[in-house]
Design a protein around this ligand. Structure first.
Ligand SMILES: [Zn+2]
Length: 132
């Protein structure tokens, strides 16, 4: 989980703020174990925080699934246009291409090109040049 959070922090600085807020809560799974004297007010707070924690875990699981799906789609699009899948050639510090992986750097994947790019070009030409 820690490695996954670090990856998310690197890829999305905006999300890093939320992860920093969530992580202490997630690391502290045994809040109930640490309370020896059971004060009813504290117990209610623990129950409330436990429910919130479960919801947050559920949200995180959903976000992980969504991120994995979007990363795969991003990789496919990069392959379709022959670009670096890490940065599309827009990051001079990219460990994969050092900023040289713009569109057309690699040979586009035949199937993915026909899936993603070709229909867009046809639509583009039809719209701007009235061609088929
Ligand atoms: Zn790159």
């Amino acid at each position: 989980m820690e490695a996954y959070f670090n990856l998310l922090r690197e890829q999305n600085p905006e999300m890093a703020k939320y992860i920093d807020m969530l992580q202490p809560m997630m690391d502290n799974k045994s809040v109930e174990e640490n309370v020896s004297a059971v004060d009813p007010e504290i117990e209610k707070k623990i129950e409330k925080l436990t429910r919130i924690n479960r919801r947050l875990f559920s949200i995180i699981e959903g976000l992980k699934t969504q991120l994995e799906s979007e990363l795969l789609q991003n990789d496919d699009l990069a392959k379709a246009i022959g670009a670096c899948k890490e940065c599309f050639g827009e990051n001079k510090e990219c460990p994969e291409c050092f900023g040289s992986g713009k569109s057309g750097t690699n040979v586009p994947d035949f199937i993915l090109y026909n899936k993603y790019v070709s229909p867009a070009i046809q639509r583009y030409n039809k719209h701007y040049f009235n061609k088929n």
